[in-house]
Design a protein around this ligand. Structure first.
Ligand SMILES: [Zn+2]
Length: 89
């Protein structure tokens, strides 16, 4: 189980959070002009790279804030955790 260091509540068990997906996926800049392939890429395709990864997590059983969590997907080491509004994303 992961121990996620929420900046507002302190370290909490992963079971208090809901996973929100890859934090680096960018919405198409002009959605009305995007073709079907662009939407498929945005909605469904992920790199699933080994190593460091930025993820979105919501502390649903705590402060309910969205967090940007840096995590190594191999070792599960958490390298950063910031509130989404503070991370600039
Ligand atoms: Zn929290």
């Amino acid at each position: 189980m992961l121990l996620i260091p929420c900046p507002h509540c302190g370290p909490r068990a992963q079971t208090e959070f809901s996973y929100g997906g890859d934090a680096n996926v960018a919405r198409p800049p002009a959605p009305e002009d995007a073709d079907g392939g662009t939407w498929v890429d945005y909605l469904y395709l992920r790199d699933n790279a080994k190593g460091g990864h930025d993820e979105l997590w919501q502390h649903i059983f705590g402060c309910r804030r969205w967090l940007r969590v840096g995590r190594d997907v191999v070792s599960h080491e958490i390298t950063s955790c910031t509130e989404l509004a503070e991370s600039g994303a």
